[in-house]
Design a protein around this ligand. Structure first.
Ligand code: PMP
Ligand code: GLU
Length: 400
């Protein structure tokens, strides 16, 4: 008997958060670690956003707000959806929470009954399956591989749908693979889903601005207007505006679901920080010229990482199309032994070896459902990227 509820055994601590905090602890202890585990931009929040937050505090915006977002922020979100995604949401179709993570949690907690199935393409962001499990649902994974660009096919989707399917979760650009679905690919999924009215689509667009090679971003409901009434479009300011600590995420979707999410949030956290909401509104409405500068920097790092790792010392690293992660295969190294005599049986062992013996923090592919691989974040300086790649290659060359 333990005091902790049994349902906590259904989940693990977020592996990406664990890896990130382990790296930060080592660095704080003075150890020279290349932190490639961080899932957050290394840029500072732009000053005009910080100034808007300060002005809001001075103007008295320091009290409770409407539970799922201020009128001003919801209006700014509607304008963002209209201008950037061609999606026409009204403020009563918008939910704001403490990060996209809370919004996703609310959406799944408000809709998943015991035994309901949620289709999740792998590799997936670590939190989707555990949020489903915590709410009594069953994650149904669809396999992909580097050979097919880490993308599912319409046939795979078709074959996975049952009468218990509640959601399809799409995340494009994908964390950790960087894969992006084109408008045509999304429309093909839409065709499959059109005849399954019980299935809703949760699209996590949080990396929409981080796309390379001049590609154009299309969101699911934009490619499938006929399915907009069963699509929840999730986004947030964390990645686009370097505002991970401010904790503001949002979604646009069907009114009954948005209403249910408000009810849940009213009994759990209440409104997200009033100050952060003012900052998020300023971010969405303000200048976006820095996007281009950040994107160019991310793209340079992506190109460097691929040139330094792909085909080197048995590693395979195809260029991510978006987000700021490379998903690298370490298949060639399983079964080998480290200079300290430890056997590498899986990607967890490989990642531990990189950290313990070569001081590079990454995240094991097992956390994302596609192994053997590891995720390397390039949300860090180009010099750190170069040094980390040097260490990773040296680590691989030292295995026997
Ligand atoms: N979705 C994906 C795919 C992510 O990588 C993250 C980053 N943690 C989130 C959602 C949540 O972001 P936040 O809660 O900071 O808005
Ligand atoms: N999304 C980031 C990541 O994948 C932040 C950590 C988390 O919330 O999991 O690393």
């Amino acid at each position: 008997m333990t005091f902790i509820a049994d349902r906590l055994n259904l989940i693990s601590p977020s592996p990406s958060i664990m890896a990130m905090s382990r790296a930060k602890e080592l660095i704080a202890a003075g150890i020279d670690v290349c932190n490639m585990a961080a899932g957050e931009p290394d840029f500072a929040t732009p000053p005009h956003i910080i100034e808007a937050a300060y002005a809001a505090m001075l103007a008295g915006q320091t009290r409770y707000t409407a539970v799922d977002g201020t009128a001003a922020l919801k209006q700014a979100i509607c304008e963002k959806f209209q201008q950037e995604n061609d999606l026409a949401y009204t403020p009563d179709q918008i939910s704001v929470g403490a990060g996209a993570k809370q919004v996703l949690y609310n959406a799944l907690a408000c809709s998943v009954n015991d035994g309901d199935e949620v289709i999740i393409p792998a590799p997936y962001w670590v939190s989707y399956p555990d949020i489903v499990r915590l709410n009594g649902g069953v994650p149904v994974f669809l396999e992909t591989s580097a050979e097919n660009g880490f993308k599912i096919t319409p046939l795979q989707l078709q074959n996975a749908i049952t009468s218990r399917t509640k959601w399809l979760v799409l995340n494009s650009p994908n964390n950790p693979s960087g894969a992006i679905y084109s408008s045509e690919e999304l429309a093909a999924f839409g065709k499959v889903l059109a005849v399954h009215p019980q299935v809703y689509i949760l699209t996590d667009d949080i990396y929409e601005h981080l796309i390379y090679d001049g590609a154009r971003y299309v969101s699911f409901a934009q490619a499938n207007p006929a399915l907009a009434d069963r699509t929840l479009t999730v986004n947030g300011v964390s990645k686009a505006f370097a505002m991970t600590g401010w904790r503001i995420g949002y979604a646009g979707g069907p009114k009954p679901l948005i209403k249910a999410m408000e009810k849940l949030q009213s009994q759990t956290s209440g409104n997200p920080s009033s100050v952060s909401q003012a900052a998020a509104a300023a971010a969405l409405k303000g200048p976006k010229d820095f996007f281009k500068v950040w994107l160019a920097e991310f793209e340079a790092r992506r190109n460097l990482i691929v040139s330094l790792l792909d085909g080197k010392a048995g590693l395979q690293c195809s260029p991510p199309e978006g987000a700021f992660y490379a998903y690298v295969s370490c298949a060639a190294h399983l079964g080998k032994t480290t200079p300290q005599g430890k056997r590498i049986d899986n990607d967890g062992d490989f990642v531990m070896y990189l950290l313990d013996e070569h001081r590079v923090a990454t995240v094991q592919g097992a956390a994302y459902g596609v192994s053997p691989a590891f995720r390397v974040s390039f949300a860090t300086s180009i010099d750190t990227v170069r040094e980390a790649c040097r260490r990773i290659v040296a680590a691989c060359e030292a295995l026997r």
